[in-house]
Design a binder for this molecule. Structure first.
Ligand code: PEP
Ligand code: MG
Length: 749
């Protein structure tokens, strides 16, 4: 029985292949397929429904239904049995369709006389394209083999769609990958860019779907799987040697498990038995995995299915000979498109990229951190970008709005270019004041520093007009590596940073790991609430080995020059004194070894927890400087996770409660004569920066690209007036001072 089914579906596939190879136009091909399928399956009807848009299906070809209804009959996603197959991506096999739940009678098709219904989704790698249906008068349920045969036809249809087989005069389908697409994601890094798509992992295109000789195809599959196993073993050997029990090793171990899985191989061999080529068999299995992945709610299961998906891609590359590199050159103005990308890989592309679009990613991901350091516009969470984009496609990335225009039409192109021209003009304005101080109309000078973390940031010190580096996030160097850096490496790196700064102040913040920043080579702690967990100075004090190594590296890098060190996430006085004691110990050791001691050394703390705002006066007197880490401070003040898109923007930084809280800190520091600055992201937003300056924060550290816009605004404002506006809004019972401040700014024209 199985053999008969196998040879049946192989016969059907053979006939389909002739259609694929024929010169027929798009519609004619679809018609031939419905005819062939109905004939082979012994049903009166076979119909193809394809998506017109995301919500609408259209009858595009039929054998058996009223031919007049082709391109006339449409239905919404979820409507009728066909709509239900499309929505759920699941097969419906009904012996008595008219009495099935959701059946919809469509008089124009003459459908009511057909009793049994079998509908399968037409989808390619998780992308829904339409529904393939057979119907017959005889009330019967279709066998598993018949369902399989129809699924294979649907897969062939999906592949042919991908290859543009149905496009042409009077075609049923619009050409894929030719239409403009707008994708809404999330801002990872602001800025706009225009360029051409460069797929980090190009799609594998399977052109030969049908296998003539199953033995040959099975052998090809076996060889490819063997090849895959060897390569995974090699990767694993390399990774284990380097990094011990890292996450990467775990992923590779999952790969190895799947590569050796008998079930996986058996399913693919069965696909070959039914007439598919080896690569089509892998892709069919991959499509099934993707369908399961869409349904999976458990995150662990999803991750494993993701691994299996990656592995199938590798196998396809081996079988088709299409490597990661297609041999193509990076296009002009490349815009990188990827599902996700590691920081190391991103750094390799470096500044040649104009923009980056990621299907996944998060604001705090390492890729986002690197993109920010390189000042490359980045959109994350751009759903479907991998499916929609082809290498070389024209694309416009709006990092400010988190929008991607793929293959934009002329109107969008023109509007976008206007916007970019305006931004370029603004940049010119900022460049013209680069060497001028940020002096307000009331005569107050505000110090503007920049935040940094990678060597790639340092050229910005010159170009942005920043006075120094107010926050050097040392963890970035740890995050972009696959193993723990050594002391000498770090010392050399910090020395290069100080060299590049040419005497400008650089505030090195000691390692701030934990929470969203997890080192791949350190065992992650499984904590219920990592943002409130074992992170930053808490790790540094509990396990001081790395902190000591880092302090030594900093002292050696300074080699007698001035040095500023800042401890992250200090929540109470004692943490500061304990960390400070570590510096003293390190100093004593360097002295003993006869090494040069910094000509001046200042030790500060970040104020990122509300508790530190209320620390004793002694702390305020003792600490040499404080920098408010507004990103963390705000999340704890409002109890709103900075990584959670749902709540992240809920509370305005210009909320009167928060500004009042900050004002209290400013007052305390004024009383104790403590040097105070602000280095969270808000310092780089001009309106926020203006308000911070108005309430007395006269030293702000921000991303380099923000220095120009912030300085431009500050130079046009009177801080006394802005302070008055803020206080008036508060007295009037406003929740946020933003509307009042914006009104003031409009008044300035
Ligand atoms: C902050 O919390 O505001 C800050 C500057 O530190 P990070 O963003 O690195 O946590
Ligand atoms: Mg912080």
């Amino acid at each position: 029985m199985v053999e008969r089914a196998e040879s049946e579906s192989r016969k059907l596939l053979g006939r389909l292949r002739d259609t694929m190879a024929s010169e027929a136009a798009g519609q004619e091909r679809l018609d031939q397929i419905t005819h062939l399928t109905a004939d082979s399956m012994g049903t009166e009807v076979c119909s193809i429904y394809l998506f017109r848009d995301d919500e609408t299906l259209e009858l595009c070809a039929t054998q058996g239904l009223n031919p007049e209804s082709v391109h006339q009959t449409r239905m919404k996603l979820g409507e009728g049995l066909v709509g239900r197959v499309a929505r759920t991506g699941k097969v419906i096999n009904a012996a008595d369709a008219p009495s099935s739940k959701g059946f919809r009678y469509m008089p124009e098709t003459g459908e009511e006389i057909y009793s049994s219904f079998l509908g399968v989704p037409i989808q390619r790698l998780g992308e829904k394209l339409g529904v393939l249906v057979v119907q017959s008068k005889e009330a019967r349920e279709f066998s598993a083999d018949e369902v399989y045969a129809l699924e294979v036809v649907a897969m062939v249809l999906a592949e042919m769609t991908e290859l543009g087989a149905f496009v042409g005069e009077g075609a049923a389908l619009r050409a894929r990958h030719t239409q403009p697409v707008l994708i809404r994601g999330i801002t990872g890094q602001e800025g706009s860019a225009e360029g051409y798509v460069w797929l980090h992992e190009p799609r594998v295109v399977v052109t030969n779907l049908v296998g003539d000789n199953p033995d040959v195809e099975r052998q090809r599959l076996t060889d490819a799987v063997e090849n895959l196993r060897v390569s995974v073993d090699q990767l694993l050997a390399g990774a284990s040697g380097e990094t011990g029990d890292s996450e990467q090793v775990q992923v590779l171990e999952a790969y190895r498990m799947f590569a050796n899985s008998k079930g996986w191989l058996r399913r693919m061999e069965e696909n070959i038995g039914r007439g598919l080529s080896a690569e089509a068999a892998v892709e069919k299995e991959q499509s099934d995995v993707r369908a399961r992945m869409m349904q999976a709610t458990d995150s662990y299961l999803r991750e494993r299915l993701q691994d299996l998906d990656d592995l199938s891609n590798r196998l396809l590359r081996i079988l088709t000979g299409q490597g990661n590199s297609t041999g193509a050159d990076l296009p002009e103005n490349p815009i990188l498109v990827a599902r996700n990308i590691g920081p190391g890989e991103l750094l390799e592309y470096g500044r040649q990229l104009r923009g980056i679009v990621l299907e996944e990613g998060s604001v705090g991901s390492h890729a986002a951190i690197v993109a920010r350091a390189l000042a490359i516009p980045l959109v994350i969470n751009a759903k479907r970008i991998q499916i929609e984009a082809l290498n070389g496609d024209h694309v416009m990335v709006d990092g400010d709005q988190g929008i991607v225009h793929l293959r934009p039409d002329d109107t969008v192109v023109n509007a976008f270019r206007d916007k970019m021209a305006m931004q370029a003009k603004a940049q010119e304005r900022y460049a013209s004041i680069r060497d001028k101080p940020a002096v307000t109309l009331c005569g107050k000078t505000i110090r503007l520093d920049m935040n940094a973390g990678l060597m790639a940031d340092l050229p910005s010190l010159e170009s942005s007009g920043a006075e120094g580096v107010g926050l050097f996030r040392t963890e970035l160097q740890f995050l972009v590596r696959s193993k723990m850096p050594r002391r000498n490496e770090l010392a050399a790196l910090y020395a290069r940073v100080l060299d590049a700064a040419q005497g400008k102040r650089v505030v090195f913040r000691t390692l701030d790991i934990g929470s969203d920043k997890v080192l791949p080579y350190m065992k992650a702690e499984d904590e219920p609430n990592p943002a409130l967990g074992w992170r930053a100075i808490r790790v540094g004090l509990d396990k001081p080995g790395v902190m000591r190594m880092q302090l030594q590296a900093l002292l050696r890098a300074a080699n007698g020059r001035a040095l500023s060190i800042m401890f992250p996430f200090v929540a109470q006085y004692e943490e500061y004194t304990a960390a400070r004691a570590e510096v003293d110990k390190a100093l004593a050791r360097e002295r003993k070894l006869g090494h040069a001691i910094p000509e001046s050394l200042e030790i500060g703390a970040m104020l990122e927890t509300p508790s530190l705002a209320f620390a004793c006066n002694k702390f305020y007197q003792e600490v040499e400087f404080l920098s408010i880490g507004g990103n963390d401070l705000k999340q704890f003040f409002f109890a709103a996770d900075r990584e959670n898109e749902r709540v992240r923007r809920r509370y305005d930084t210009l909320n009167v409660s928060f500004l009042t809280f900050l004002e209290n800190i400013v007052d305390r520091c004024a009383t104790t004569d403590t040097r105070l600055s602000f280095c969270g992201e808000d310092a780089g937003r001009p309106v926020e920066a203006l308000c911070l300056a108005a309430i007395g924060l006269h030293s702000l550290s921000m991303r380099p690209a923000s220095v120009g816009p912030v300085k431009h605004l500050l130079r046009r404002c009177n801080l006394d007036d802005v302070r008055q506006v803020i206080h008036d809004a508060r007295d009037a019972g406003e929740q946020s001072v933003r509307p009042a401040v914006m009104e003031y700014l409009r008044g300035l024209n």
